[in-house]
Write a protein that binds this ligand. Structure first.
Ligand code: NAG
Ligand code: NAG
Ligand code: NAG
Ligand code: NAG
Ligand code: NAG
Ligand code: NAG
Ligand code: NAG
Length: 338
C-alpha cells in the first residue's frame, strides 16, 4: 500500500500542469447515448459482409471524456442477432430479433467513438458473440447445429436445387449458396426437423443451363436468402431475392453527422479541479473497468483504480437519523428486447 501512495503522489504532483478532461456519465437511456448506440448499430451492420444483422438491446455503460476539440465516448453495448442477413436491405429496425426459444445470439461490444465537429466516428470496437446458454431452453426448442453438419448442408443443397427448378422452362438466373448462416434441428410431433438458413448469390447460369456455374461479379450479382426445413414428410424452401443495391452506400464510411444533442451536465461529473484524476489515470479508469479493455496500453497496474460509488442521496428524516435513499441507477439502460 505504501508503494501505491507514493506513486499516486508522484502522479498527482506531475500532473498539475495538465488540463484535466471532464468525464461525464450520462444516463444510458439519454438521447446522446441512444444516438451513439444507434450509430454503432448501423456501423457494425454496414461493416459486416457475412452473418445476420444485429440490433441494439441495451446500453450497459457510457462515459464521455470531453477534450477541447473533441469528445471521446466509451460504451458497452449489448446487441442481439436479428433474422435479417447483412445483405438484406431491410432496415434493422424492421428486422425481428431471434427469441430465446429460437436460440438468441448475443453480442457484447466495447466501443470507442470520437465526436468532433458534430460528427461521430467509431474508432474501436470489440464484440464477443455467443448463443444464449441452452439452460433455460424448452424441451422441443430448436437446437443449433454446427455449420458443417453434413445432413443439414445436404438438405440446404437440395432445397436450393428445388428453388432453382421453380420455373419449369423459363430461363432465369440460377443461384448458388453463398453462405450458410444457421443450421438447426428441432424435435416436433412429426419427428425430427432440420432447418437451414442461407444466403444465395446469382450465378452465370440460367435455370436451363447445366454444368459449371460460378457466382456473378459482385457489381452485377443479385443476392437472396433462403429458409428451408425438412422432415420425413418432405421439404419446404422459401427464398427471397433482394432488390439490387445499386451503389455501395457511401454513408457508412465510418462518419455520419451525429445528433446535435449537447451533453447534459450531470452531477456524476468528476470535478475537474479535484486534482486526483490526471490524464494518465483517466485512461486507466476508463479501460480498467471492463474486462476487455479497449486500450491495450497498460500503465502502472499497481495503482488502485478508485471506482466512484454510485452517489447515495441522504435525506434527513424529520427528527431522526439520516435515511439513505437508494440511488436509482441510470445505467444500464432499459432492455429493448429481452
Ligand atoms: C465440423 O467441424 C468440427 C471443428 O471444426 C470438426 O471437429 C468436425 O469433425 C466437423 N464435422 C464435419 C461433419 O465435418
Ligand atoms: C424440376 O421440376 C420438375 C417439374 O416442375 C420436376 O419434374 C423435376 O424433378 C425437378 N427437378 C429437380 C432437380 O428438382
Ligand atoms: C414449358 O411450359 C409450357 C407451359 O407452361 C408447357 O406447355 C411445356 O410443356 C413446357 N415445356 C417443357 C419442355 O417443359
Ligand atoms: C460460367 O462460368 C464458368 C467459368 O467461367 C464457365 O465455365 C461456364 O461455362 C459459364 N456458364 C455459362 C452458362 O455461361
Ligand atoms: C472515407 O472517407 C474518407 C474521408 O472522407 C475518404 O478519404 C475515403 O476515400 C472514404 N472511403 C471510402 C471507401 O469511401
Ligand atoms: C448542429 O450543429 C451544426 C454545427 O455544430 C450546426 O450547423 C447545425 O445547425 C446544428 N443543427 C441543429 C439541428 O441544431
Ligand atoms: C449538481 O449539484 C449541485 C449542488 O450539489 C447543484 O447546485 C446543481 O444544480 C446540480 N446539477 C444538476 C445538473 O443536477
Amino acid at each position: 500500500m505504501r508503494v501505491v501512495c507514493v506513486l499516486l503522489g508522484v502522479l498527482v504532483a506531475g500532473a498539475r500542469a495538465v488540463v484535466l478532461p471532464q468525464i461525464t456519465e450520462p444516463p444510458c437511456d439519454s438521447l446522446e447515448a441512444e444516438a451513439a448506440a444507434a450509430f454503432f448499430q448501423d456501423y457494425i451492420n454496414a461493416q459486416r459482409t457475412t452473418g445476420f444483422k444485429f440490433a441494439l438491446n441495451q446500453i450497459d455503460k457510457i462515459k464521455i471524456r470531453t477534450l477541447p476539440d473533441m469528445e471521446i465516448y466509451k460504451m458497452e453495448l449489448d446487441l442481439l442477432e436479428t433474422k435479417c442477413h447483412v445483405l438484406d436491405p431491410t432496415p434493422v429496425a424492421a428486422c425481428p430479433v431471434r427469441t430465446k426459444a429460437e436460440v438468441a445470439v448475443d453480442a457484447d461490444c466495447d466501443v470507442a467513438f470520437i465526436k468532433s465537429g458534430g460528427v461521430l466516428k467509431v474508432t474501436e470496437h470489440r464484440c464477443k458473440t455467443e448463443p444464449e446458454s441452452a439452460e433455460d431452453m424448452c424441451l422441443g426448442c430448436p437446437q443449433l447445429l454446427p455449420l458443417n453438419d453434413t445432413n443439414a448442408l445436404q438438405m440446404a443443397t437440395v432445397s436450393l436445387a428445388a428453388f432453382n427448378n421453380r420455373t419449369a422452362n423459363v430461363s432465369i438466373s440460377k443461384y448458388a449458396v453463398l453462405e450458410v448462416g444457421r443450421l438447426s434441428t428441432q424435435v416436433l410431433a412429426g419427428g425430427t426437423h432440420v432447418f437451414a438458413e442461407y444466403a444465395i448469390v446469382e450465378t452465370n447460369c440460367t435455370t436451363t443451363d447445366d454444368g459449371d456455374c460460378v457466382p456473378l461479379n459482385k457489381a452485377v450479382a443479385t443476392y437472396g436468402f433462403c429458409r428451408a426445413g425438412s422432415a420425413s414428410a418432405g421439404m419446404a424452401v422459401d427464398c427471397r431475392i433482394f432488390e439490387p443495391q445499386l451503389a455501395v452506400e457511401p454513408a457508412m464510411n465510418g462518419t455520419v453527422p451525429a445528433t446535435n444533442s449537447t451533453v447534459p451536465t450531470t452531477n456524476n461529473t468528476v470535478p475537474a479541479s479535484s486534482g486526483i484524476m490526471p490524464l494518465l489515470m483517466v485512461d486507466m479508469m476508463l479501460s480498467a473497468e471492463s474486462a476487455e479493455s479497449l486500450d491495450p496500453v497498460k500503465v502502472a497496474s499497481v495503482i488502485p483504480i478508485v471506482k466512484r460509488q454510485a452517489p447515495v442521496a441522504e435525506t434527513v428524516a424529520p427528527g431522526g437519523e439520516p435515511a439513505a435513499v437508494p440511488f436509482v441507477p441510470i445505467c444500464p439502460g432499459k432492455k429493448k428486447h429481452f
